[in-house]
Design a protein around this ligand. Structure first.
Ligand code: FAD
Length: 501
């Protein structure tokens, strides 16, 4: 399978053959755009309730961030419970915690009921302080967990070699092979009568009189009562590309000499934090380590975070060899909670975005929330994560802070491109922005020495894209749209590719 970057994730070694079965059916109850964990989990849940669904995926299943995740299934979030309590109150934090607690069991049940062999394991998470100044934060987190009945306690040992000051153990976590899981769920979805078309990009949509029509790149139209954007971020210019900041995180999988004594997951409290866990595939045990996150398009040399990650791995852990290294994109929501529910003003169009680094958990919860909303059934979590939630006003302040650098990019990008088109200096496999005829041009020299020239303005809102040296993509620093070196669109919110010159 393919992913939206050049580096291969550990999950991509597995093959999941899928053939589109061409259907004359053009009208469905619900159309789901996106074949990552969100699209497939939501579609499976709806189809199980005898709701006729169509999944449309632009490339292959798992092409987006799901193919580049590290697949921890956690009952707590990057936005810690002490912060959730102070922002949203204890009652709402309790509701969130109660739902999050149910996620490993939902995934286990889905896997068992459908005979999905997906390396599913349950274990504890160890959160630790690596420096004195992190001790207080760790204590606050422990206090909040105990307040919300999330089984957590102080411990003096963790199942990793790394040194630490103090640590807490949080029960009730799980992990899996994300692509084995979603491909298994997709098989079950198809068995239930669901339809899926891969290699099918949606380029247009309309919503009139309670009926949604989507158009594919080749002009085919499908209609439905409901549309779900399971595209990680909804496409086009919406408030949600302003309320979510795109970030890139780096991961590696290192082969271990022998099985760890105990499975486990862990992270420190740096910002950005380092995270790691064990994973078994066949007879081989891996240590998966991640971190060194930065805002998309804000790191000039994206090989550097990989070098730092490898150094961090070598300094803190023993292993035989690094099997794979990769990076992927996620979205940080402005008030700490995702936006899952109806698009404001459109009750039959649903979005589910802003998962931060907790998409396995939120996607599984989205598969409870959205079917309930479609069936007009009460769901207490839906009110808290609603895209129309009142906290949007508060979020707007955060949005202004998050987006100061977006405004900065709009201006700066116009003046910092290389003035002289020194294309001769451009090495194979490298890209840079140059000025040609007064326009910013994204120039890339491919492995055969050919130059590929594209307009450097992101078609979403006009920011100048930046070259990602390690994934060999053009990434927009404003809202996270991404393109391959031929200009083809890889990641929304843009709806089209970079223009060729
Ligand atoms: C390095 C890294 C590690 C992470 N680790 C964890 C973790 O351990 N635990 C955790 O819970 N979360 C983690 N996350 C977050 C998690 O991986 C994501 O939140 C999750 O995978 C998002 O899934 P998704 O299905 O919503 O989006 P995606 O997987 O991105 O899927 C969206 C799909 O939509 C398709 N699409 C987009 N536009 C169109 C269109 N116009 N037409 C048709 N198809 C379209 C794309 O091709 C893509 O396949 C991590 C993120 C990163 C970057």
């Amino acid at each position: 399978m393919k992913r939206d970057g050049t580096n291969k994730s550990i999950w991509e070694n597995e093959m999941f053959p899928h053939q589109n079965i061409h259907t004359q059916q053009k009208n469905f109850q619900t159309i789901i755009v996106g074949g990552g964990i969100t699209g497939i989990s939501v579609a499976y849940e709806l189809q199980k309730q005898a709701h006729q669904c169509l999944i449309l995926e632009q490339e292959n299943i798992g092409f987006g961030t799901t193919g580049g995740t590290t697949a921890h299934i956690n009952n707590f979030f990057d936005e810690s419970y002490d912060r959730l309590i102070s922002k949203f109150g204890e009652d709402k934090a309790q509701t969130i915690a109660d739902h999050a607690k149910s996620v490993p069991a939902i995934i286990r049940k889905n896997a068992e009921e459908n005979n999905i062999s997906c390396d599913f394991d349950e274990c504890s998470f160890y959160l630790f302080s690596a420096e004195k100044k992190q001790d207080k934060e760790l204590q606050k987190i422990l206090d909040a967990h105990q307040k919300l009945d999330i089984p957590s306690r102080s411990v003096t040992e963790i199942p990793f070699e790394i040194t630490f000051r103090s640590a807490i153990e949080i029960d009730g976590q799980a992990q899996f092979h994300p692509l084995k899981y979603i491909n298994g769920l997709l098989k079950a979805f198809k068995k239930l009568g669901g339809t899926v078309l891969t290699q099918t990009r949606i380029t247009k949509h309309e919503n009139e009189n309670g009926k949604v029509a989507v158009q594919t790149e080749n002009g085919t139209e499908y209609t439905a009562q409901n549309l779900i954007w399971a595209t990680h971020i909804p496409p086009g210019i919406t408030r949600f590309s302003m309320l979510n900041a795109p970030y890139r995180s780096y991961a590696l999988a290192a082969k271990l000499e022998k099985a760890p004594e105990k499975l486990g997951q862990a992270a420190d409290l740096y910002d950005p934090y380092h995270y790691f866990r064990y994973h078994q595939i066949g007879d081989v045990f891996y240590l998966i380590i991640g971190g060194f996150d930065h805002k998309t398009g804000h790191e000039k040399d994206t090989e550097k975070p990989f070098e730092e990650l490898v150094r961090y791995a070598e300094e803190n852990f023993g292993f035989i060899e690094i099997a794979e290294k990769w990076s992927a994109q996620y979205y940080v929501p402005s008030d700490g909670l995702p936006y899952i529910g109806a698009m404001p003003g459109e009750e039959n169009v649903f979005i589910t975005t802003g998962y931060n680094g907790n998409g396995m958990t939120w996607a599984t919860l989205a598969a409870q929330i959205i079917p309930d909303l479609i069936r007009k059934k009460d769901n207490e979590l839906a009110d808290i994560v609603s895209p129309s939630r009142v906290e949007l006003l508060e979020s707007a302040k955060e949005f202004v802070k998050e987006n100061i650098d977006v405004a900065y990019h709009f201006i700066k990008d116009r003046f910092t491109a290389e003035k002289k088109p020194e294309l001769d200096d451009l090495k194979t496999g490298d890209g840079k922005i140059i000025v040609h005829d007064g326009k910013n041009v994204a120039a890339y020299r491919d492995e055969t020495g050919n130059l590929k020239l594209l307009r450097a303005d992101c078609p979403h809102m006009g920011c100048t894209v930046a070259f990602n040296t390690s994934e060999k993509t053009w990434d927009c620093p404003c809202h996270g749209s991404r393109f391959d070196t031929d200009g083809n669109l890889l990641t929304s919110p843009a709806m089209e590719g970079l223009k060729k010159i």
